[in-house]
Design a protein around this ligand. Structure first.
Ligand code: COI
Length: 356
């Protein structure tokens, strides 16, 4: 019996197709798009409610050239991962948190959003339909990318008349080309990612286009990514282009407080809880850039990057290095607890995982 509400739209071969492992080279996954079998689509008019979502074959979508998302950037995205356990079952990590964050972002961007139940159900359907693309244990994860966009045509500046919720997936490995080796960051002190009162605290697509210039310049100079400062004082840490940042000094782990300009990462929030459960003191506060100078360790967190150790940070031409060569002990400990939980290798006392 098919577990899908929309099984009718799927091909007959689908159950057997989904039960096998895709025939690809699983050992060298990076973070790039590998097209899979199905995507999920659900539409809604402005002022209406989302309904009748369905799985479709993965492929291009059609948009009116005047779509709100194309012209005025009315769009949000999410990111979460599914892991395959040794017993073949699939684990999702805190999908309802992504659903809630999308709803908060939708409110800021004047968009209707799926309910938490609709979102989680759609994620489950999409993952199960693409089950053969969930990497074998230890080889990576299935990255799940939900999108919410103003798909209706609008010319004068206004919310779009129609919205599309879409989910696609791709098997992925490590985000940075460094793999699990430490990354090298450069602090950006001219360009900013977010402003008070702006949209830095929601996962709108424009926040990511806004960092491309600084990120490209940094990569051209050999850095892995960019660390942004607040735009008012140009002094406090904000986040890296695609992840949050943590600074370790002794038993204290500090991270910038969520105050509207920083993305409230689900991995960030989980690492704070994991660190406290491991006996660390965690402070969410303003973290001056100077604290990087005498930190013991620095690491980044995010769905895509998981926990990434930082090997060096360059600020105004001065380079500070951390550790010798490899994961700092604190980052390693937190990474290990978090990923073993996500992969179902330890007891999930937090009740964070959802088994499919
Ligand atoms: C994620 O970590 O899931 C993100 O959304 C960051 C993205 C730029 C890859």
């Amino acid at each position: 019996k098919s577990p899908f509400k929309n099984a009718a739209v799927l091909s007959d071969s689908y159950s057997s197709e989904a039960s096998e492992l895709a025939d690809i080279e699983w050992d060298n996954l990076g973070f790039g798009l590998l097209p899979t079998d199905y995507m999920y689509m659900m539409k809604c008019s402005q002022g209406g409610n989302f309904s009748n979502g369905e799985l479709q074959r993965f492929g291009n979508i059609e948009l009116n050239p005047s779509a709100g998302v194309l012209n005025y950037g009315q769009g949000l995205f999410e990111g979460l991962k599914a892991y395959r356990k040794e017993d073949g079952n699939i684990l999702l990590f805190r999908p309802e948190e992504n659903a809630l964050r999308m709803r908060q972002g939708a409110e800021r961007m004047c968009m209707p959003a799926p309910t938490v139940d609709q979102f989680v159900e759609a994620v489950k359907e999409t993952v199960l339909a693409n089950k053969r693309w969930v990497p074998p244990p230890g080889k990576g994860s299935l990255y799940i990318r939900p999108l919410l966009m103003g798909s209706g045509a609008v010319l004068g500046l206004a919310p779009a008349p129609e919205y599309t919720f879409l989910i696609y997936v791709s098997p992925v490995g490590n985000y940075f080309k460094e793999g699990v080796a430490p990354i090298n960051l450069i602090v950006e002190h001219e360009l900013h990612r977010a402003t008070p009162g702006g949209t830095g605290g929601v996962k709108t697509i424009g926040n990511y286009a806004a960092v491309l210039k600084a990120q490209s310049a940094a990569k051209a100079k050999g850095y892995s990514d960019v660390l942004y400062l607040d735009c008012v004082h140009k002094k406090y840490l904000e986040e890296v282009s695609s992840c949050n940042i943590f600074v370790v000094k002794g038993n204290v782990i500090s991270t910038p407080a969520i105050k509207g300009t920083i993305l409230p990462g689900i991995t960030r929030k989980s690492i704070i809880d994991v660190a406290r459960s491991q006996g660390f003191q965690v402070e969410e506060r303003f973290v001056p850039v100077d604290e990087l100078l005498d930190a013991d360790e620095v690491f980044c967190t995010g769905t895509a990057v998981v926990v990434s150790p930082v090997g060096s940070i360059t600020y105004k031409g001065k380079r500070v290095s951390y550790g010798v060569d490899g994961f700092g002990a604190v980052a390693q400990q937190l990474y290990s607890v978090l990923t073993r939980l996500q992969m179902g290798l330890i007891d999930d006392k937090m009740n964070w995982t959802v088994e499919l």
